[in-house]
Design a protein around this ligand. Structure first.
Ligand SMILES: [Zn+2]
Length: 156
């Protein structure tokens, strides 16, 4: 089998940030990298679960909801994939992601979709404090992020 594109990037030199992972037709996959890969520290499962619910809730209620395809965590627990239509410009994706981090960082109250009867498959496995901390950290990382920086090879 051929190796898929996202496995070909050099994970050992990848820093936290937002990157264009791949483009399939009109769907663009963004890589929201939240911890440095293979550095010994990984996102906690309950924290990413809550982060996922809040991330999806925010972007699907935003002005760009029709262009959002999918939001989901990476199995390696180092970040998220964010899939959108290419009608959303890179600058808009950066702005939307920054706004989402601010939303999660300041979120209070019950986690949306986290009731047992709702769509959640592991409703006890949530950690809002961790999700907020991840979002605060990423808000700082993404401050001043530009479309040029979406390139994995961009020299920071
Ligand atoms: Zn859930």
């Amino acid at each position: 089998m051929k190796q898929i594109a996202s496995f070909c990037i050099d994970h050992d030199t990848l820093g936290k940030g937002l990157y264009t992972s791949r483009i399939d037709g009109d769907v663009v996959t963004y890589d929201l990298r939240m911890v440095v890969p293979n550095a010994g520290i990984y996102l906690d499962n309950a924290g990413i679960h809550t982060f996922e619910h809040l991330f999806a809730t925010y972007v699907r209620n935003s002005a760009y909801s029709d262009q959002v395809v999918y939001v989901g965590p990476m199995g390696c627990r180092t970040g998220f994939y964010f899939l959108v239509r290419d009608s959303l410009s890179p600058a808009e994706v950066i702005l939307l992601t920054q706004e989402t981090m601010d939303f999660i960082a300041g979120f209070e109250g019950p986690v949306p979709g986290a009731q047992r009867s709702c769509e959640c498959g592991n409703y006890l496995n949530h950690d809002l404090a961790a999700a907020r901390a991840y979002a605060r950290d990423m808000a700082a990382v993404l401050r001043g992020w530009t479309p040029a920086m979406l390139d994995y090879d961009y020299d920071k």
